[in-house]
Design a protein around this ligand. Structure first.
Ligand SMILES: [Mg+2]
Length: 209
């Protein structure tokens, strides 16, 4: 990339709604007597084998991944980063269990963002350079921040990450796009200091574990 001002964007839970789509498709295959699938991937690991098999079948199609619906929170941040002149790179974990996801994710990016947007599918997000990361999953955030004391992370809010906090992480819930934009702009000129970014900075400090 010709610019070092790279903003990295996660896919599932940030730019696209994997959980919501999986919940919908699992529901279509559910016996009325069966418990409803909540979309919680962790719960699925303990489901009966025939239920797990259904999820495997759904996720074995590249087209399923390629057609995941867009998530507005992630796209709000994406537009702000683009406006500020960031180079956008999609950074997503590649699943060994579902190789179809590698093909499908590439198609999704081409269709939703255009082939000009860079795409990195990796098994370790912590290896990839960026000035800012937009990601909803705390373990990936911690792995990335471990080596980036100046880095900024924007966290799209969801019910799975609500108890997470870190001084370099700004939560975005749809109501504070001005803060997100200010933090992204600050990062273009120096290290992350969310204490300068009004409410979000205070919130991030209060939520530090
Ligand atoms: Mg995610």
């Amino acid at each position: 990339m010709e610019s070092e001002n790279v903003a990295l964007f996660d896919m599932d839970g940030t730019l696209c709604d994997l959980r919501g789509q999986l919940r919908k498709d699992m529901d279509a295959l559910r016996d009325p007597e069966e418990r409803e699938f909540t979309g919680n991937i962790e719960v699925l690991k303990f489901a009966p084998p025939h239920v797990q098999k259904r999820a495997d079948m759904i996720k074995s199609s590249p087209e399923w991944w390629a057609n995941l619906p867009k998530l507005p929170l992630g796209f709000d941040v994406l537009r702000s980063a683009q406006d500020l002149g960031y180079k956008i790179m999609v950074l997503t974990k590649g699943s060994r269990r579902y190789p179809a996801s590698w093909e499908g994710k590439k198609l999704w990016v081409d269709r939703q963002l255009g082939s000009g947007v860079k795409l990195t599918i990796t098994e370790d997000k912590g290896l990839v350079y960026g000035k800012a990361l937009v990601d909803d999953f705390p373990p990936y955030i911690d792995g990335w921040l471990k080596w980036r004391s100046r880095g900024l992370v924007i966290l799209p809010d969801n019910d799975k990450n609500r108890d997470y906090g870190h001084p370099q992480v700004l939560r975005y819930d749809g109501s504070n796009l001005d803060e997100v934009r200010a933090a992204l702009e600050q990062r273009l000129h120096g290290p992350t200091d969310l204490s300068q970014i009004s409410r979000g900075g205070q919130e991030a400090r209060l939520r530090v574990r």
